[in-house]
Design a protein around this ligand. Sequence first.
Ligand code: 2P0
Length: 334
Amino acid sequence: MNIVTCTAPVNIAVIKYWGKRNEALILPINDSISASLDVAQLCAKTTVMSCPTFDSDRIWLNGREESIDNERLQSCIRNIKRQGTLSTGMEKWKVHICSINNFPTAAGLASSAAGYACLSTALAKLYKVNNDISAIARTGSGSACRSVFGGFVRWYMGVDAEGTDSIAKQIVPASHWPEMRIIILVVDDLRKKISSAIGMQRSVQTSELLRYRAEHCVPKRIEEMHQAIIHKNFEKFAELTIKDSNQMHAVCLDTYPPCSYLTDVSHAISDLIHAYNNAVHSTKVAYTNDAGPNTVLYLLEKNVPEIVGVLQHFFPPGNDQNIDYIRGNLPSGI
Ligand code: 2P0
């Protein structure tokens, strides 16, 4: 029996991926940038086993067996087996996969990203694949390619029709900006109504703003964000993060029928962050929302106590608008 276990981090985008130019190959319409979180805090952990006596491929997610007949999962497993360099017939052995998350699934916390990054890395080790793992992870879930690395990561959209250059690369390791912290405000951990995949497909079909964003906004913004990270320019980083999150949600509303992911509590949090930044005459905290109501804050370590104090003052425990806090930092890697 061969057995491999890996962990992979959740990543939170600061320049968002929203829209595919090729659905089957999962090729995006723009570059995106994210930070991977500390694997000890928010991660997927996957064990893969292959054995000559297994008679079928099987998968367990958080302890429950799920169907292996999932198109993306199959494509990921097929890709890896095809690229493997095992030479003894072991590539024909069936595989059993066990994966767990230590965070709420489908709460807008990119569980599929960590999950597919982890699965791809574990299977690539099992089948001795030497090719780019981010490209394999991408075929499971687009944002998974960014979770293959720690620190700040850029997913290059690429130009090749087959997607050979649509891969992720680390911009800097987490140690480059050790003061960076995130706080996840869990507004609601119920499953989101419209999946990202469906939402972005609908945006590509109907939103003119999406095309404008991809052609005119993101190319400039992505270079500015890349530089802000390299130069540890927090104010610029924060402004770009906020603007890009809001633009992605503007595209979601420009979609027909619209995809509305934010709640009154999400809006109240962003209003509070703007009021706070305004009061302190500097952008000390950034917020960003994925395809769900939870808000992620990026801030520097020295500002954490004050900002947590402000949040707890306005959203006290026991209040109707109660939110849970998950604090994290970035040091990460598989
Ligand atoms: C991101 N999201 O950049 C954006 C922001 C959600 C909002 O990547 O269809 O689960 O599997 O490629 O990767 C979520 O999209 O979608 C996502 P698929 P995925 O993080």
